[in-house]
Design a protein around this ligand. Structure first.
Ligand code: SF4
Ligand code: SF4
Length: 412
């Protein structure tokens, strides 16, 4: 019996007592609770507390300190832990490095194990979808209709068609993520245009599967581990040297998985890839030949999964890239790095909370006078776009990958 099998065996013997031993990689996270000094900084910075009030969401310190530290009692917190968007702000400001977003995921995992009746129904539906299709969204039933939708989006945005490629030993695996694979297909198409423009030897997966982040965030640790294992196998079989993605959540999750499970293959968000592998000089030269003469005034939203779960440098790259694009003027929003409310699976069961969180972004954005918002994540794009539309605003929202691809010159 290897260590993982032994862990599963012990787990099954304790299930009746509603006790689950922590996995090796969870122990440091859980132990970090012990160093909390009750300073309250996390509460002052939590966007959910700010949006819905301390009575509805008692905040990160309550999760870290006041809740029982005994797994059998975690489910008494179910009404609170599912409202955390996982933005990571509390961890960023915490002077003692208490890892609250991951503590939340661990508590959710115990609740799912022992009291699935307390898990919000919307999350159980996503769990069913992931179990059935290995995707966070139901896939298109008709492949032809999916292609027609893709082509309509591509043509509306003026994106050149770059055929899919699947091959072994390519330099790069382009991994679009569930949202761009099934819904925001224009992001997937735009990334292929950019990679092809710079002659990147890339491949896609022959059969796409979820990176495991949604399962991890809802506390479905078993499915998360299965999906991660399956994806690692596919990446290793393809023999690629790098993974490039256009989704903020996939970027941070794949980087964490590669580190935890020794993939030996680094993950880049496309912005990092442009900055660090293609290089700003080459990008700037390409943009000198841009066909677009459009003067556009944009503001930028920073996805939590890039700035707080990956590196703030990614958004520095975004600003440099925008500065190299002719006709683009950027005005910073005072809430550029505030959570959009779309994380932590909150929008799947408590849309009112997710929408309350994004309100700060929307109001700050309107003050910038920009006529467009760009952001390098298809999930942030959808969350902000829906709420801007509902507010009656005419500000357009573009995924930054699409915005870049539209402005590249035709390939010679
Ligand atoms: S991760 Fe974000 S939403 Fe969750 S408790 Fe921390 S600051 Fe609040
Ligand atoms: S910021 Fe950190 S140390 Fe301060 S109360 Fe929050 S969890 Fe505790």
């Amino acid at each position: 019996m290897n260590e993982d099998e032994a862990y599963e065996y012990v787990k099954s013997t304790l299930k009746k007592e509603m006790i689950t031993p922590y996995h090796r990689d969870e122990l440091d996270i859980i132990n970090s609770i012990g160093s909390c000094i009750n300073c309250g900084l996390c509460i002052n910075h939590c966007p959910v507390v700010a949006s819905v009030g301390i009575n509805k969401f008692s905040g990160p310190r309550s999760i870290a300190v006041e809740l029982s530290r005994s797994p059998p009692e975690y489910w008494s917190t179910a009404d609170k832990v599912y409202l955390c968007t996982g933005c990571g702000t509390c961890r960023e400001v915490c002077p003692k490095n208490v890892n609250i977003p991951e503590i939340v995921n661990a508590i959710r995992s115990r609740i799912l194990d022992h009291r699935p009746d307390l898990v919000p129904k919307g999350l159980m539906l996503v769990k069913e979808t992931i179990t059935k299709y290995s995707l966070a969204f139901e896939p298109w039933e008709d492949k032809l209709e999916k292609e027609e939708s893709r082509d309509m989006r591509r043509e509306r945005l003026g994106l050149r068609f770059v055929p899919d490629r699947v091959k072994e030993n390519a330099e790069v695996l382009f991994y679009p993520g569930c949202q761009a694979e099934e819904r925001a297909q224009e992001v997937r198409e735009a990334a292929k245009v950019i990679l092809d423009y710079f002659d990147v030897d890339f491949t896609l997966l022959d059969e796409f599967s979820c990176c495991s982040l949604p399962s991890h965030l809802m506390g479905d640790a078993t499915t998360a581990r299965d999906l991660a294992k399956r994806l690692k196998k596919k990446v290793k079989k393809l023999g690629v040297k790098k993974v490039v993605t256009t989704c903020a959540g996939c970027t941070s999750n794949l980087a964490d998985l590669a580190d935890r499970d020794n993939w030996g293959v680094p993950t880049y968000h496309l912005l990092e890839f442009l900055a660090e592998v293609i290089g700003f000089d080459r990008f700037a030269k390409a943009m000198q030949g841009s066909n677009s003469s459009e003067q556009v005034h944009v503001s930028v939203h920073d996805p939590c999964h890039l700035i707080r779960h990956t590196s703030r440098q990614v958004m520095d790259h975004a600003l440099t890239i925008l500065s190299l694009m002719p006709g683009v003027r950027v005005t910073a929003s005072e809430a550029h790095d505030s959570c959009c409310g779309g994380g932590g699976m909150v929008s799947y069961h408590s849309g009112d909370v997710a929408d309350a969180v994004v309100a700060e972004n929307i109001s700050a954005l309107k003050k910038t006078g920009a006529d467009r918002l760009v952001t390098p994540c298809p999930l942030c794009t959808a969350q902000i776009e829906n709420n801007l539309f509902k507010s009656g605003s005419t500000i357009e929202v573009d995924d930054l990958t699409v915005f870049i691809a539209q402005r590249l010159p035709d390939k010679e």
